[in-house]
Design a protein around this ligand. Structure first.
Ligand SMILES: CC(C)(COP(=O)(O)OP(=O)(O)OC[C@H]1O[C@@H](n2cnc3c(N)ncnc32)[C@H](O)[C@@H]1OP(=O)(O)O)[C@@H](O)C(=O)NCCC(=O)NCCS
Length: 151
């Protein structure tokens, strides 16, 4: 995968690879096959993949004027090459027509994820205590679509 490689919508043909990436990137919190398939079918879901074979993906919901960024992940061997940044830009572009703001939750112990989101202009606005099954807090982040995208 290279940052120049086109990003496309995920399809049912990607499900097996998406499950591999789920397991590699999220371990015990990986989505199941049923969850991935549900996101592919869900109206308003933005589910994008990059690479051939697929090495990264992003999934979000566009609901009314909010974007909810659910997951963004890149194969561990392909990180720090700008791939998540390209996927992130594509998701925000897809939502920009209708969204006023974006929202996400990230584990408070996910230093890499937090650094990535803050690098891209997301601002911490709250905390959900013991939000995750293992007791970890969730940090809530927001981004305003009136701000120009950061590269
Ligand atoms: C977070 C994640 C998606 C970043 O993917 P990536 O392709 O490596 O990200 P990029 O290369 O586009 O990074 C862009 C910038 O974000 C920041 N960043 C990304 N990963 C970082 C890390 N582990 N530590 C610190 N900063 C990081 C840096 O500023 C980076 O720029 P730089 O490489 O020039 O320093 C990836 O580490 C991942 O898949 N993690 C596991 C899943 C996850 O936690 N997802 C987020 C919560 S859903």
């Amino acid at each position: 995968m290279s940052p120049a490689e086109p990003i496309r919508e995920a399809t049912v043909a990607d499900v097996d690879r998406l499950l591999e990436l789920q397991s590699l990137c999220f371990g015990g919190e990986a989505w199941t096959r049923g969850m991935v398939e549900e996101e592919l079918r869900r109206p308003g879901s933005i589910f994008l993949v990059a690479g051939s074979p697929v090495d990264g993906f992003a999934c979000a919901w566009a609901i009314l004027d909010d974007l909810h960024l659910l997951q963004i992940a890149v194969h561990p061997a392909r990180r720090r090459e700008g791939h998540a940044s390209c996927l992130h830009a594509a998701v925000l572009d897809a939502a920009r027509r209708q969204a006023v703001a974006g929202w996400l939750e990230v584990r408070a112990d996910n230093a890499g994820g937090i650094a990535f989101y803050e690098r891209h202009g997301w601002v911490p606005v709250g905390k959900r205590t013991r939000y995750y099954a293992d007791g970890c807090d969730a940090l809530v982040y927001r981004i305003s679509f009136s701000s120009p995208p950061r590269t």
